[in-house]
Design a protein around this ligand. Structure first.
Ligand SMILES: N[C@@H](CCC(=O)N[C@@H](CS)C(=O)NCC(=O)O)C(=O)O
Length: 211
């Protein structure tokens, strides 16, 4: 099994962490999805990584769906809360918020790549609101518990931990560390896990001209 991944990608990092936590062997294929050499479009018509490629050549894409597939195929150890359906749905909600923050950060990143006179202050403000609001929501859900949802580590922690560390790479001026001590403590606990320590996000150089 192979995983197409990129070193800064919070979406790919979620999948790498889930595979590591479940001790599922896979080959890591590191790509830059913006370069013309990427093989991502061969496996995902939406041209986005991560993509999980099975030994029979079939593939799945969209990180949240990949995590669902992994959970279904390798249920143990479970990354879902033990407390029942309401807790499972709460964990899924956390994933939605975390992915939404990442999506807004990606849009901000590209907007800031445009020439200064072409950047839209309204667009930037809109994306920043989503990031700020999403983090406030995550901090509220995190409360003072050890884990985001329920009594054990799981998908909600993976989603939250990856978005928090991604901010250091793409949006370091976001003041979540000053605002939310509970998220700071959660992030430190998570980054100490071997699965997180082995997947720290690193920016990539995009060698091709982006059109
Ligand atoms: N919703 C997707 C987002 C994936 C995504 O945006 N991946 C980026 C890399 S971090 C990508 O491949 N971008 C290329 C593109 O958008 O064409 C997921 O969760 O898998």
């Amino acid at each position: 099994m192979k995983l197409i991944s990129a070193t800064p990608s919070p979406y790919a990092r979620k999948v790498r962490i889930a595979l590591a936590e479940k001790a599922i062997p896979f080959e890591l294929v590191t790509e830059v999805p913006w370069n013309s050499t990427t093989q991502t479009p061969q496996y995902n018509p939406l041209e986005k990584l991560p993509v999980l490629i099975f030994d029979d050549g079939s593939s799945v894409y969209e990180s949240r769906f990949i995590l669902e597939v992994i959970e279904a195929k390798w249920p143990s150890p479970s990354l879902l809360p033990a407390e029942g359906i309401d807790a499972v749905l709460a964990a899924r909600q956390v994933e939605v918020i975390a992915d939404g923050i990442c999506d807004a950060v990606v849009l901000l990143f590209w907007e800031r790549h445009r020439a200064a006179d072409q950047q839209s202050a309204e667009w930037i403000a809109r994306q920043r609101r989503k990031v700020d609001g999403g983090l406030k929501a995550l901090a509220g859900i995190a409360g003072t518990g050890e884990w985001m949802v329920g009594s054990r580590f799981g998908l909600a922690d993976i989603a939250t931990g990856t978005v928090l560390r991604y901010l250091d790479v793409r949006f370091p001026e976001q003041p979540w560390r000053q605002l939310y001590p509970n998220l700071v403590a959660l992030s430190a606990r998570l980054e100490a896990r071997p699965s997180f320590a082995a997947t720290v996000p690193v920016p990539q150089t995009i060698s091709d001209k982006v059109v």
